[in-house]
Write a protein that binds this ligand. Structure first.
Ligand SMILES: [Cu+2]
Length: 370
């Protein structure tokens, strides 16, 4: 290195960039460092424990190194050979037993937490049962005890264990909500003797109400990074109200325009989508009940205001492939573009109809801790 290089402080921009990049790590909607579920809290405990042990080891090693460097520095004109300590039983004992001790402590704590997270709550009458079915590139959520199904926005009651069964409709995906829980794979399965094989089970919870960002954590195709979902944790009363409202049949069309939109929907979309949350038949597309309340459209397009929602719906319906590139594997069902199939009036009516598909339970705007 050239002399005087540090004087120019040219490493500062790099550190600034790093600091900026890491500054995104504390967002409470998505950060494992701001845990808001018991799984995430226990994982963070493990992360901290191993980090502190590592810092301790580093401190001791650096200290010893410094002592050795200073104390045993070769003196000028001293060419004598220092005392040789090869084969010291004491030293070998020390540097074997300390790592063994550290690894034992980590192993005991890790195993303990792993088993506690993997505890099966499927027979727990207080736990809410949930089925997560991953599709290229969207998430289906079924509540077998409530008889309802939804997609993309996962509503749960805060403070309650959610007992989850996961599988995939196509390739392997992975369910991950960093602020609430670690990853769990969804495997493609098959039915044998009436029982689905290859199902993964686990449980998680949210300790506070709020909205948390979920991701697919297994590379699953061209739109893998766009396979996002939200977990909306409501108070238990609000959740029950949500579930009751979801069980009601969709509202009758209130105006001629909405009625016309309903017709457009029935003619073009019903083969793949239902708008009734109690319609639990297997359909190729997400259930669109409450689509007028989704936090995003198709998991990624903004829907913060009514204008944004209408714009996103239009963009999606016209050319879904522009938002989420699909595979061209024969046999996969993808949503076709409707750009040239619907005229402007039909599109308007359809949008009006879709926007009306909502119930009066508003998701909390941001997570606590913001
Ligand atoms: Cu995926």
């Amino acid at each position: 290195m050239r002399k005087g290089r540090f004087k120019k402080w040219n490493f500062v921009p790099i550190f600034t960039l790093l600091a900026l990049a890491l500054a995104g790590c504390g967002d409470p909607r998505v950060s494992a460092l701001v845990p808001q579920g018991s799984n995430a809290r226990e994982s963070l405990y493990l992360i901290k424990l191993s980090a502190y042990i590592m810092f301790g080891v580093m401190a001791v090693v650096i200290l010893l190194l410094a002592v050795v460097l200073i104390r045993f520095r070769a003196k000028k004109d001293d060419a004598s050979i220092p005392k040789q300590v090869e084969g010291s039983n004491l030293l070998e004992f020390i540097w074997t037993s300390i790592p063994v001790l550290i690894i034992t402590v980590l192993a005991v704590v890790t195993l303990n937490l792993t088993f506690s997270m993997a505890q099966d709550h499927s027979d727990d009458p207080n736990a809410l049962k949930l089925e997560v079915i991953a599709h290229q590139y969207w998430w289906e959520f079924r509540y077998p005890d409530l008889g309802i199904v939804t997609a993309q926005d996962l509503y749960i009651p805060a403070g309650k264990k959610i007992s989850v069964e996961l599988y995939s409709a196509d390739v392997i995906h992975s369910f991950w909500v960093p602020a609430l829980t670690g990853k769990m794979d969804t495997n493609p399965g098959y039915i044998k003797d009436g029982i689905r094989q290859n199902v993964n089970r686990f449980s998680f919870d949210a300790e506070t109400t709020g909205v948390f960002l979920g991701k697919c954590a297994e590379l699953c195709g061209p739109s893998h990074p766009l396979m996002e979902f939200k977990v909306i944790a409501l108070s238990e009363d609000e959740f029950n109200r949500w579930a009751e409202r979801m069980k009601e049949p969709p509202a009758k069309a209130a105006s001629a325009q909405v009625q016309a939109g309903e017709q457009v929907f029935q003619q073009n979309c019903m083969s793949c989508h239902a708008v009734d949350a109690t319609d639990t038949a297997n359909r190729p597309g997400p259930n669109l009940a409450n689509i007028g309340n989704r936090l995003t459209i198709a998991g990624v397009l903004p829907a913060g205001t009514d204008e944004e929602r209408a714009e996103s719906l239009k963009k999606w319906i016209e050319e879904p492939n522009r938002t989420k590139p699909q595979n061209d594997v024969p046999g996969t069902v993808v949503m076709p573009p409707f750009k040239d199939r619907l005229n402007a009036e039909q599109m308007d009516d359809l949008l009006r109809y879709l926007m009306e598909q909502k119930i009066d339970v508003t998701p909390p705007k941001t997570a606590k801790g913001n």
